[in-house]
Design a protein around this ligand. Structure first.
Ligand SMILES: C[S@@+](CC[C@H](N)C(=O)[O-])C[C@H]1O[C@@H](n2cnc3c(N)ncnc32)[C@H](O)[C@@H]1O
Length: 109
């Protein structure tokens, strides 16, 4: 498992076997440098358009099997970007019970 976050991971999690922590920006990570990814989870706080660009980059690379991403709205709801997420083939966009001013987008294969 690769954890990508500028903030440190809880020491107990970081110490688990097969956990690699990268203290860099998720937006700077290049798919080709990572290889095959079974699950890509994102809970990064960022504008929806920025998350969409990140997802599109990984979709284009074609090396991620499953995605689960939280789309967080800051202020008004970004309906246009939400529609673009919802239009990604094979994916779903939902408001889960614990989602606040955010939606969960996932593509599970
Ligand atoms: C909502 S919190 C995630 C909370 C996490 N799901 C949990 O349950 O502990 C957002 C996280 O995104 C991280 N973050 C913000 N900008 C980032 C970036 N550019 N790259 C990677 N992580 C980032 C923050 O450091 C923070 O840990």
């Amino acid at each position: 498992m690769i954890s990508v976050d500028k903030a440190p991971l809880d020491k107990r999690i970081a110490a688990l076997p097969n956990v690699e922590c990268r203290g860099e920006s998720a937006f700077a990570l290049e798919p080709n440098a990572v290889g095959q990814v079974d699950w890509l989870f994102s809970d990064v706080v960022c504008y929806p358009k920025r998350l969409l660009a990140l997802v599109e980059k990984w979709l284009a690379a074609g090396n991620v099997r499953n995605f689960v991403c939280t789309i967080k709205f800051q202020g008004s709801t970004d309906f246009e970007t939400s529609r673009r997420f919802a239009a990604i083939p094979g994916s779903r966009l939902v408001h889960l019970y614990h989602n606040k001013h955010e939606l969960t987008w996932f593509r599970i294969q």
